[in-house]
Design a protein around this ligand. Structure first.
Ligand SMILES: *Cc1c(COP(=O)(O)O)cnc(C)c1O
Length: 384
């Protein structure tokens, strides 16, 4: 990054191009366009595919609001199809919602676990639909041995936001197998101008340019790309550490009937962006809010991914729910994301496990009676 600053060329330029090339190689993608966020990448892909007013795009209710907002931004209507047991868009639920207006499917690889892409691609093929993947959680995820971005989808958008597996502070990448779509996204990415600033001012010394469409301002800077190049080298290592931590959580918490460990699939290398523990509330005397507070009281910050789209006031007012999204809404009250990042020490991981165990044991309905007895016994031993 310091080299970039000293070079005198700080916006999109040689580093951005290099980052795009290296990301292509990493993901096994044919083309990649670096952008300033995943949100921008998703919007760009939908816009470049010509999706707009009167069209419907099927997506999941269990996602970040950006997934739905980009559909709205094009003028199209988001149609929510419920999640399956893998917490991703259920292909069968999506199939039930297809109408003559449906133009695209926008699946999200929740927490870094790949969707059942074969089923979604088959569905898209049968109905002539576009597929744009939200891979915000999934830098490093593989599906059936291949990187996301190397498959049949029209476009795949990755996020390099501060909290994501690979970060450029703010940033994203959108990959596509189509040279034509890449070209169209490049034009829309930079004001609708037919060539980028590098071509205009650097090598060719040509001042002339043309605006050929109404575009956006979504390009990545070379400062961010320099960070991305360094992060990309470390991505597999960082993801391996995330995986190690997830395995440790699974081993320690998997035996407790009061909680459920996250879904996995054999044909996917999980990026473990998130570790979403599910509370079996019928076995606990406390709800998720109390569990969250108890973790906080022990100095451990948790989160919830996500508040389902239909529960937000704006979407409640504006979106018609054709699928009641029963599973997503039923799962929501029991979701609790545990801390997970590549720099966590083993001690920190153990502290999280101990806190979960302690809260579970103290609040398990199964063990309430036995534990009350145990507490009384230890109080006697301690002499108080
Ligand atoms: C973070 C996130 C986004 C948005 O990514 P940005 O790079 O911040 O635009 C989109 N979808 C999901 C599921 C996310 O978690």
């Amino acid at each position: 990054m310091v080299e970039v600053l000293r070079s005198g060329w700080i916006t999109s330029g040689p580093r951005t191009t290099k980052f795009e090339q290296q990301f292509c190689e990493y993901a096994g993608a044919a083309h990649a366009l670096a952008v300033n966020s995943c949100t921008a990448g998703l919007h760009l892909a939908l816009a470049a595919l010509g999706i707009g007013r009167g069209d419907e795009v099927i997506t999941t209710p269990l996602t970040f609001c950006a997934t739905v907002n980009v559909i709205l931004e094009t003028g199209a209507t988001p149609v929510l199809a419920d999640i399956g047991s893998d917490f991703n868009l259920d292909p069968a639920a999506a199939a039930r919602l297809i109408t003559p207006r449906t133009r695209a499917i926008l699946p999200v690889h929740m927490a870094g676990l790949a969707c059942d892409m074969n089923a979604l691609w088959r569905l898209a093929g049968d109905h002539g639909l576009k597929v744009v993947e939200d891979a915000a959680h999934a830098a490093g995820t593989t599906y059936q041995g291949r990187g996301l971005g190397s498959g049949q989808s029209d476009a795949v958008a990755f996020s390099f936001y501060a909290t994501k597996n690979l970060t450029t502070g703010e940033g994203g990448m959108v990959t596509t197998p189509s040279a034509k779509l890449e070209e169209r996204m490049r034009v829309l990415c930079l004001h609708g101008i037919s060539r980028d600033a590098w071509d205009r001012y650097a090598e060719k010394g040509n001042w002339y340019y043309e605006v050929i469409d109404r575009g956006y301002k979504y390009n990545m800077s070379d400062i961010a790309a320099a960070m991305g190049l360094a992060q990309l080298k470390r991505l597999d290592g960082m993801n391996a550490r995330r995986t190690e931590i997830a395995r440790r959580y699974n081993a320690a918490l998997g035996e407790m009937p009061e909680v459920e460990t996250p879904p996995e699939r054999a044909d996917c290398r999980h990026a473990w962006h998130l570790y979403i523990l599910r509370l079996n509330l019928e076995r606990l005397a406390i709800d998720r809010a109390r569990f969250f507070d108890e973790m906080k009281r022990r100095g451990i910050g948790c989160s919830v991914h996500f508040i389902p789209i239909p529960l937000h006031p704006y979407y409640r007012k504006t979106l018609e729910l054709r699928d009641p999204c029963t599973r997503a809404l039923a799962e929501y009250p029991r979701l609790l994301s545990l801390p997970l990042h590549s720099k966590m020490t083993d001690e920190e991981v153990e502290r999280v496990i101990e806190a979960v165990r302690d809260i579970v044991v103290r609040n398990s309905l199964r063990q309430t009676v036995a534990f009350a007895g145990l507490e009384a016994a230890s109080a006697v031993e301690a002499g108080d």
